[in-house]
Every structure is written in structure tokens, then in C-alpha cells.
Design a protein around this ligand. Structure first.
Ligand SMILES: [Zn+2]
Length: 238
């Protein structure tokens, strides 16, 4: 077994919860489930819909507002651009991006969430598939991908998907928990995002940058976060 980020074979046991064992790379500190479940096994977890129906989404009003605030911060990169939300849930961010002048669409594996998005936001386009089954028919200027990468067991497939969705100078905005933050509780099992097997890995800022560099993206900007979160904008340069 090699580190999925830096290919080092120097791995140490990191933490265990129930039957889930995480390893950590000695060289780059990336932490990941070892053994790693397959994407098909993980996708099976998302059929639990938690009260989502075609007409109801929990806390919809505050989701709409928060998405608009978030989209406003991203305005320089999405205004009058084509935009895609990878892992869009009920489509709140797709709607926000569209309202702020982007031509926006989104993809999610959760069919109920997509049914809701199609009902509520008919001006936007939605796809209900897993990211590794999705065949992009166009590329986008801006790809938004929030709190998804920590769920992805096949990082190389995910990154190749990001390449299929983008072109030179496209921006990719990624958010994920920040393993390097001073705010990560000790022991890490107390962290609210430590929920194996939903979250299969944890990145530091340097891990994310190294992964993206391997696929032709360079880090353009890191956004501040009040909690232990990474919010990073990448630009495709190759
Ligand atoms: Zn490593």
C-alpha cells in the first residue's frame, strides 16, 4: 500500500474506530482509510435520504441564503461563466450561481436530492449519477465541489473527472475538512467530521495542492474559514 498523494510506502497506523482503520503517511501526513472501501460500497451509503423528498429538503430556507452568501464570495470566478456543482445535493448552490449570473448545472448521486433540485430550480440543469459514471458532454469555466473529496475512495478517477469537466484556465473550488488546522480536536475521533466510512480521508492544505498539481492544477487562493476547513481555489494550468 502506497500513500495516494505522494506514493510513499512509509505509512503508520493513525487511528481506529470500530472496524475502520486509518493510516497516515509519514512523509506528507495525509490520513486515509486502510483498507479503502470501493466507490460502489460507499455510494450505497448515500441512499439514506434523511427526509429529502421531491418537494421537501431539510432547512431549505437557510440553505438558500447560505448558498447565496457563498456564491457571492466566488463572484469573480463565476459571473457570466459556465459553472458545475459536483455533489450538488438539493441544488442550492447551482441555483445561487445561476442567480449570480452563471450558467449552472449540477450532479449528485442522491436521486431524491436531484428530484428536489429539479422541482425547485427548473432553470438549472441537474444530473442524477455517481461522479464516476457521469459522462460530461461539455467543459466548464468553474467547478464547485464542496465537502465531497473526503468521501472519494478513488482519487485518481475523481481527478480525471475534474479534468474532463474543465479546460485550460478553468477554476475548481474545493472545500474539505482541514487536517492541518489547530482547531482539530484531540483525540481526532471527537471531530464532528470524523465519521468513517462516510469520510474516508483527511487532507492538509499541502496534500490537496500536491494532488491537484499532479493533474495540472495550481493553487490560486486559499479562503479563510472560521472552523477547521480547507477552502481552496485551483486554476488549471496544463
Ligand atoms: Zn504521503
Amino acid at each position: 500500500m502506497k500513500c495516494p498523494i505522494c506514493a510513499s510506502t512509509k505509512l503508520l497506523p493513525f487511528v481506529q474506530q470500530d472496524e475502520w482503520c486509518f493510516s497516515q503517511c509519514v512523509d506528507c501526513q495525509f490520513a486515509f482509510l486502510n483498507p479503502m472501501p470501493t466507490q460502489a460500497q460507499l455510494n450505497g451509503l448515500y441512499e439514506d435520504d434523511r427526509g429529502i423528498t421531491a418537494t421537501h429538503y431539510p432547512k431549505a430556507a437557510s440553505r438558500r441564503l447560505r448558498s447565496l452568501m457563498r456564491a457571492l464570495r466566488l463572484l469573480p470566478w463565476c459571473w457570466r461563466k459556465s459553472a458545475f456543482d459536483l455533489g450538488c445535493g438539493g441544488g442550492f448552490m447551482v441555483n445561487a450561481l445561476q442567480r449570480l449570473g452563471a450558467a449552472a448545472s449540477g450532479l449528485d448521486v442522491n436521486a431524491q436530492a436531484i428530484a428536489y433540485a429539479r422541482t425547485q430550480f427548473p432553470a438549472c440543469r441537474f444530473y442524477s449519477e455517481s461522479f464516476n459514471a457521469f459522462e460530461a458532454t461539455q467543459t466548464f469555466d468553474f467547478v464547485y465541489c464542496s465537502e465531497l473529496i473526503e468521501h472519494v475512495s478513488e482519487l485518481s478517477e475523481f481527478m480525471q473527472m475534474l479534468r474532463r469537466l474543465t479546460h485550460l484556465k478553468s477554476r475548481v473550488y474545493i472545500t474539505t475538512p482541514d487536517l492541518g488546522s489547530q482547531q482539530v480536536p484531540q483525540p481526532i475521533t471527537e471531530w464532528d467530521v470524523f465519521v468513517p466510512p462516510h469520510h474516508v480521508q483527511f487532507f492538509k492544505e499541502t496534500n490537496l495542492a500536491q494532488l491537484f498539481r499532479q493533474y495540472g492544477f495550481e493553487q490560486e487562493k486559499r479562503f479563510p474559514d472560521r472552523k477547521a476547513g480547507l477552502k481552496v481555489l485551483f486554476r488549471r494550468v496544463a
